[in-house]
Design a protein around this ligand. Structure first.
Ligand code: C5P
Length: 309
C-alpha cells in the first residue's frame, strides 16, 4: 500500500473494517475485539516543519479541507461535509502522540505539525488514529529519536486502540482492544464506495449501546464466530462476491439504535449490487465492496448526487 513517506511528510490513510466481532466487555472498560482492517486511499496529510528558534514551543496548524468542501477522491461520497468536533489544541491526537513520544524520549518537542484533514471524523474511518500514527513516525524521524516500530507500537497503543494498526501499511487482523496487530498478506486490490452521512457517532457511545443490547447480539455472534478465516481465504482467492457474504460488523445494530442513518445507508447500498455492504468501525460511515473500479466510480457519482436524507 503506497503510503508515501519522506522525513517531513506523511500521507495518513483511512481504514475500513471488513469484519468486526465484539467478543465481550473487559474490566478496563474496553471491549475485546477481532477485526479485519484494510487501509484505503482517502488521506489526511501531516507535514513537519522545523522551527529555527530552538526555544519556540511546538505547534499544530490544521488545514481543514472538509470545511472547504473538497474531497479529492472518487470513492468518497459524502452527503454532508459536517466536520464534527475536531480538536485543534492539546487534545488533538497529533499533539498527544508527539508529546508522549518527546516525554518518553526525554526531549523537548519542536517544530510545527501541519495537518490537512480530508478523512471525515467520528465516521469509523480511523482518521484521528491514522494522524497519530503518522505523527509518531514523523517525529521519531525528524527529532532523530530512532525508536523501533515495536517501541513506537507501545506508545501508539497508549494514544488509542487503532493507532498501532496505522504504523504499518497493509491489511491486518487486530485483536485485544484493537492494539494487537497481525499483518494479513496477499489480499487483492479492492474497490470501495464509502458513504459518510451527516450524523457523526462517538465510539464510546456505540460501545455503551452494544453493552446494553448485549443479550441479543451475543446470540447473533455465535453464528458468525468462525467467519473471519473464511472471509480472509475468500478475499485472497479473489472470490469477492462470496467474501461479501462473510463481512459482518457486530457494532452495526448498536450504531443503528443511535442513528437512523445506518439502516438508511445499508438500504441504499444494498440496492447497488455490491459484493457486500457494511458499516465501518463504530460508524457512522458505511461502504460497499464493489465488483470493479468502474462500478465503484459509477455508484460513487450516483450517491454523491443523491440526497440520502
Ligand atoms: O482507544 P480509543 O481511544 O480509540 O477508544 C475510544 C473509546 O471507545 C474508549 O474510551 C471506549 O469507550 C471505546 N472502546 C471500547 N473497546 C475498544 C475500543 C474502544 O470500548 N476495543
Amino acid at each position: 500500500f503506497p503510503t508515501r513517506r519522506s522525513s517531513e511528510l506523511i500521507l495518513a490513510p483511512a481504514k475500513l473494517n471488513l469484519y468486526l466481532d465484539v467478543l465481550g466487555s473487559r474490566a478496563d472498560g474496553f471491549h475485546e475485539l477481532e477485526t479485519l482492517l484494510v487501509p484505503v486511499r482517502i488521506y489526511d496529510q501531516l507535514r513537519w516543519v522545523d522551527c529555527p528558534n530552538p526555544t519556540a514551543k511546538p505547534c499544530l496548524r490544521i488545514r481543514n479541507l472538509l470545511e472547504l468542501g473538497c474531497t479529492s477522491t472518487t470513492s468518497l461520497a459524502t452527503t454532508s461535509l459536517a466536520t464534527g468536533s475536531l480538536a485543534t489544541g492539546a487534545d488533538n491526537l497529533v499533539c498527544r502522540a508527539t508529546e508522549r513520544l518527546a516525554q518518553v524520549a526525554g526531549m523537548e518537542p519542536r517544530g510545527t505539525f501541519e495537518l490537512t484533514k480530508r478523512i471525515p471524523m467520528q465516521a469509523g474511518l480511523g482518521g484521528g488514529s491514522s494522524d497519530a500514527a503518522a505523527a509518531l513516525l514523523l517525529a521519531n524521524a525528524a527529532w532523530g529519536i530512532g525508536y523501533s516500530r515495536r517501541r513506537l507500537a507501545e506508545l501508539a497503543a497508549e494514544v488509542g486502540s487503532d493507532v498501532p494498526f496505522f504504523l504499518n501499511s497493509g491489511a491486518a487482523i487486530c485483536r485485544g482492544r484493537g492494539e494487537m496487530v497481525g499483518a494479513v498478506s496477499a489480499l487483492p486490490r479492492m474497490h470501495f464506495v464509502v458513504v459518510k452521512p451527516p450524523a457523526n457517532l462517538s465510539t464510546a457511545e456505540v460501545f455503551a449501546q452494544w453493552k446494553q443490547q448485549r443479550g441479543a447480539v451475543t446470540e447473533e455472534r455465535r453464528s458468525v464466530a468462525s467467519g473471519l478465516g473464511t472471509l480472509v481465504e475468500l478475499l485472497r482467492s479473489g472470490a469477492l462476491a462470496r467474501a461479501g457474504q462473510w463481512m459482518v460488523n457486530q457494532l452495526e445494530s448498536a450504531a443503528a439504535a443511535i442513528s437512523p442513518w445506518i439502516d438508511q445507508l445499508q438500504h441504499e447500498l444494498a440496492g447497488q449490487n455490491f459484493c457486500g455492504q457494511l458499516m465501518t468501525g463504530s460508524g457512522s460511515a458505511c461502504f460497499g465492496l464493489a465488483r470493479s473500479a468502474t462500478q465503484a466510480r459509477r455508484v460513487a457519482r450516483l450517491l454523491s448526487g443523491k440526497d440520502l436524507g
